[in-house]
Design a binder for this molecule. Structure first.
Ligand code: AMP
Ligand code: MG
Length: 423
């Protein structure tokens, strides 16, 4: 354990220390659609060939290609139509020379046929509606078909037994579609983390309650819960703890069945911040000053749960912007890690700042900004206005954060800077 303020660490160092406490959670079975956004915990192999049978890629006529060789509009080949086959049905009898089967996209190729002539290359479009050749009629073919034309062959997509979606893959709409196409209706995925969230401070009031003079509403629990949800976790609100040892201890204990506990406020050097003492008593805790702005103070540790587990604890600063930015930088990777995802890094892009950005205190500056594409195709960044760490509306209008390095005291209008996209 270190004393408050005794160490100044970089964002990367803080993140690495935090991530070393988190691991992928256990797998759970989930109905296919509910697994959206979770990570597959098993290899899923194709139970059969896809497609399972040779079938037609076009509406047309299944033929023996040799019967059409040399056909032109001037000298068409006339074939006897022996069946009309829709998708979902199978023809058991083989077609003989001179015969054709009228066939719809997806229908399995009739035995004996080896090509499909699309309707457009026959006389079918010349006929009146409802006058298509039926069984016993004839069709005229205007163009010779190559062997195999317009056939989708059995197993051309996937051969039975091949792993189609491997363990570790994020379940997106396309994975769900592919698995459904193989008849899969439930999958094993890594569990979503439950994140218990506690606000602290005598002044903090639950929205919906009357606001007494000098008090403020609880922004942090709600913004952080929303972030947890958007990162793929399950937020659990523990409410607001007064700045007393008893209340804090009681509320923290209510959160110890979660996978992670997040508190806000009480980690800076305020006179009434008892959070630190309680944290230290209930587990192990480190207080860091992270070389970043907003959000310098950060606590990280682990509580001892009654069942013997160590529950990682992230102590966010109280200022609402600091709290959100800190959870974005440290909470997001933790939630992703528990989900089994390693793609927590937001897109970093270069943009031209249209504002002067001053950064004289040697910290990395995550200023709130709006990034838009100019008519010249370039990305531009505009600050959202005053950047105080209590001004939460600056976060609401932003779609990105600047990433001004610790060593850069100033960026001038027209300078290219790095920005981290949030949406
Ligand atoms: P502290 O970290 O306790 O010194 O708090 C820093 C600032 O954040 C103070 O102005 C607090 O009133 C404010 N604050 C603390 N908790 C919250 C919260 N849950 N929602 C909004 N502001 C808060
Ligand atoms: Mg406080």
């Amino acid at each position: 354990m270190t004393q408050p303020g005794s160490s100044m660490i970089s964002v990367e160092e803080a993140r690495e220390r935090i991530l070393s406490f988190f691991h992928r959670l256990d797998p759970e079975p989930k109905p296919l659609l509910e697994a959206l956004g979770q990570v597959l915990a098993e290899d899923v192999a194709a139970p059969f060939d896809i497609p399972p049978l040779d079938n037609t890629a076009m509406d047309g006529y299944a033929v023996r290609f040799a019967d059409t060789t040399g056909a032109t509009e001037e000298s068409p080949r006339e074939l006897r139509v022996v069946a009309d086959l829709a998708a979902g049905y199978i023809l058991e009898t083989a077609i003989e020379p001179g015969e054709a089967v009228r066939i719809m996209t997806g229908a399995p190729m009739p035995p004996g046929s080896d090509a499909v002539v699309p309707f457009e290359e026959t006389d079918e479009p010349m006929r009146a509606v409802g006058q298509a050749p039926t069984r016993g009629g004839t069709v005229r073919v205007f163009k010779g078909a190559e062997k195999g034309a317009n056939i989708r062959y059995r197993a051309e997509d996937v051969r039975a037994g091949t792993v189609v979606i491997p363990t570790g893959r994020l379940m997106r709409a396309s994975e769900i579609g592919v698995l459904a196409s193989m008849g899969v209706s439930s999958v094993s995925v890594y569990r979503r983390p439950v994140v218990a969230i506690l606000s602290t401070g005598d002044e903090v009031t639950e929205p919906g309650q009357p606001l007494l003079p000098g008090r403020i509403y609880d922004a942090n629990a709600h913004s952080v819960a929303a972030l947890v949800k958007s990162f793929g976790g399950i937020p659990r609100l523990l409410g607001i703890a007064k700045d007393t040892v008893e209340d804090l201890t009681a509320k923290i204990r209510q959160g110890l069945d979660a996978d992670m506990l997040v508190t806000s406020a009480g980690v800076s050097r305020g006179d009434f911040d008892v959070v630190k003492d309680v944290l230290a008593r209930e587990g192990a805790i480190d207080f860091w000053t992270v070389r970043m702005k907003p959000g310098k103070p950060l606590a990280f540790g682990a509580f001892n749960a009654p069942d013997g587990r160590k529950v990682p604890h992230l102590g966010l600063p109280g200022n609402p912007v600091s709290s959100m930015v800190s959870f974005e930088l440290f909470g997001r990777p933790a939630v992703f890690q528990m989900l089994g995802r390693d793609d927590w890094q937001r897109p970093l892009v270069r943009a031209i700042t249209r504002d002067r950005v001053v950064n004289t205190d040697g910290r990395r500056f995550f200023a709130r900004c709006i990034v838009t594409r100019g008519e010249d195709g370039q990305l531009y960044a505009d600050l959202t206005g005053p950047q105080g760490s209590g001004i939460l509306t600056s976060m609401s209008s932003a779609n990105a954060l600047t990433v001004i390095p610790e060593s850069l005291p100033e960026a001038l209008p027209g300078d290219e800077i790095e920005v981290m996209m949030l949406d």
